[in-house]
Write a protein that binds this ligand. Structure first.
Ligand code: C5P
Length: 232
């Protein structure tokens, strides 16, 4: 089932403390960005990749794509100050290139190289039928709401899910949600929040615990260990 993926890659990687975009860091010898792109490059259902980049990194990324045989990138719009701005730039580029309202699009963090083909397929199938679906795992830990260092409440753990990407949508629905959020000055921490604000139900697809986001040095160490295990 065909889909197009939007990859925001225009972050600064401050929490990684690498002094440059963390996506350039090697994970077992290959840049994180290349590892994530390869998942989609190798998926026959992926019709194209739209990559939001920092303008000063565009050339370096172009060279990286050529060196690693990544041919499915169809546009590289400039990202923005917030992740949401970068995603909106991708969605606009998709629509301007003639993308249809009922196409399936997925938003995926360029910093999550371990997603599985099974999760992508289930998301695409769910979106075809329902319009919006996100990858998530049940929380293994108890979650507390905390204010000023004091516990305020404890949600029932059986209802708490930790949300990842991909987050998949009918293109027209995400485009509408993005523009409404922009108009109203709302900044969310994921795309689902924007679609929830339209009142549209968002389905949850069970993902895997190893679909980690490379955010800090610890994540890199875990990522390297995961790759080693895959190679054994
Ligand atoms: O910082 P964080 O890891 O949450 O970023 C998630 C993804 O969003 C990364 O792939 C990062 O490059 C991207 N991003 C972006 N534009 C921003 C901030 C983050 O494209 N302004």
């Amino acid at each position: 089932m065909d889909y197009t993926v939007m990859l925001p890659a225009a972050g600064s990687g401050r929490r990684m403390g690498a002094g440059e975009n963390k996506l350039f860091l090697p994970l077992a010898g290959k840049p994180i960005l290349v590892r994530t792109l390869s998942v989609f490059q190798n998926d026959p259902d992926c019709a194209g990749i739209i990559l939001a980049v920092r303008p000063d990194e565009r050339e370096r990324i172009r060279e990286m794509l050529a060196a690693h045989g990544i041919t499915k990138v169809t546009a590289m719009p400039a990202g923005g100050g917030e992740r949401q701005d970068s995603v909106r730039a991708c969605v606009r580029a998709f629509m301007e290139a003639g993308g249809k309202d009922d196409s399936v699009i997925m938003v995926h963090d360029a910093a999550r190289p371990f997603l599985s083909r099974r999760v992508i397929r289930e998301l695409a199938e769910t979106v075809r039928e329902h319009g919006a679906a996100i990858a998530a795992v049940p929380s293994k830990d108890t979650v507390k709401q905390v204010a000023d260092g004091i516990v305020e409440s404890t949600p029932d753990r059986s209802t708490v899910w930790l949300v990842q990407t991909p987050q998949a949508f009918r293109a027209g629905l995400l485009a509408e949600a993005e523009e409404k959020a922009l108009e109203e000055g709302f900044i969310g921490t994921d795309e689902s929040m924007l679609v929830e604000r339209l009142g549209h139900p968002v389905r949850v697809v069970g993902s895997t615990y190893d679909n980690l986001k490379m955010t800090t040095k610890v994540d890199l160490a875990i990522g390297e260990a995961l790759l080693k295990r895959q190679e054994e």
